[in-house]
Design a protein around this ligand. Structure first.
Ligand SMILES: NC(=O)c1ccc[n+]([C@@H]2O[C@H](COP(=O)([O-])OP(=O)(O)OC[C@H]3O[C@@H](n4cnc5c(N)ncnc54)[C@H](OP(=O)(O)O)[C@@H]3O)[C@@H](O)[C@H]2O)c1
Length: 285
């Protein structure tokens, strides 16, 4: 793994209390960063912070509790973060989930779309002022090769007519790419990079957390998965390696830029998704 120092840097990571995010948080704190971890579960948050603070050196952790599928909570997270850390060097949008049935958030938004896409979109927008204060800020969006093979249905972005858990997940990961590419165009020349990545198929509990599939089936699937340390290598690389300091608008796998699906490069679709997302999250497009 890359061993760059992160001393003096502030990293915000969503879903940093388990899976790929937890290892990423730990490794960035080990390199000296102050890591702000966002997650739902207070116990897991407390344990994560204790783990980060026990590493020694200059690295440390803090926890902000929130359900990121709720946009009011995303706004609250951003306010808490910018109140305490006016300069943010790295934002890692990582929290994601798979849902076995169509669930609406308290704000009436389909949960996969809300958590996996809109939370990335809104948190980034709200943290941009703090990212602008950093000398060379980075935004890292954890996407997935699951985006291959789908396109968005703009007449049914929230799967109201027909819901399939895996299809909704795949589409949300395509949204991550549209968002990354459109944001990179908008941030060009402004000293903030944004990249997306596929971590590999990683043995985490993502398939269990919202009862996407039965436990026995998920355990069987993940027999073929890589471990979380390996899965965290690309997000860590994008967050701290000098090799990518000025690289923006790319999709990475195994620490190298790769092509995402042909559909994901459709600029008109990215722009359209941006406008709809801005509308839903009540920000200026
Ligand atoms: N695992 C894979 O094979 C794989 C492959 C490709 C891409 N990815 C992507 O990698 C990212 C991380 O996945 P993972 O496999 O590490 O998942 P995971 O082990 O299930 O961890 C998910 C993290 O997100 C948090 N989270 C989930 N729902 C949340 C919510 N509503 N509000 C706030 N935090 C929430 C969880 O914290 P709480 O438990 O506290 O809610 C946890 O910290 C996701 O974006 C996923 O799409 C994973």
């Amino acid at each position: 793994m890359t061993g760059e120092t992160m001393t003096g840097k502030v990293v915000v990571i969503t879903g940093g209390t388990a899976g790929i995010g937890r290892v990423t948080a730990r490794e960035l704190a080990r390199r000296g960063a102050a890591v702000v971890v966002v997650g739902r579960d207070r116990d897991r948050g407390g344990q994560t912070v204790a783990e980060l603070n026990a590493l020694g050196g200059t690295g440390c952790g803090a926890f902000v509790q929130a359900d990121l599928s709720v946009m009011a909570e995303v706004r609250r997270v951003a306010e808490t973060v910018t109140g305490a850390w006016p300069v943010v060097d790295v934002l890692i949008n990582n929290a994601g989930g798979m849902f076995g049935r169509r669930i609406l958030t308290p704000e009436g938004i389909e949960a996969t779309f809300a958590l996996n896409h809109l939370s990335y979109f809104l948190l980034t927008d709200r943290l941009l002022p703090a990212l602008r204060q950093a000398p060379a800020a980075r935004i890292v969006n954890v996407a997935s090769h699951a985006h291959f093979g789908v396109r968005l249905d703009f007449d049914d972005l929230q799967s109201a007519r027909r819901f399939g858990g895996y299809r909704a997940y795949k589409r949300s990961k395509l949204c991550n790419l549209y968002f990354t590419y459109e944001l990179a165009r908008r941030l060009e020349g402004r000293g903030i990079t944004v990249n997306a990545l596929h971590p590999g198929f990683v043995a985490t509990d993502i398939g269990l957390r919202n009862r996407w599939v039965p436990r026995s089936l998920w355990r069987l699937f993940t027999l073929f998965a890589i471990d979380v340390d390996k899965g965290a290598e690309t997000p860590i690389h994008l967050a701290c390696s000098p090799e990518v300091v000025s690289v923006s608008g790319r999709y990475f796998f195994e620490k190298r830029p790769v092509r995402s699906s042909a559909v994901s490069y459709d600029q008109a679709a990215a722009q359209r998704l941006w406008e709809i997302s801005a509308d839903l999250t009540e920000i200026e497009a």
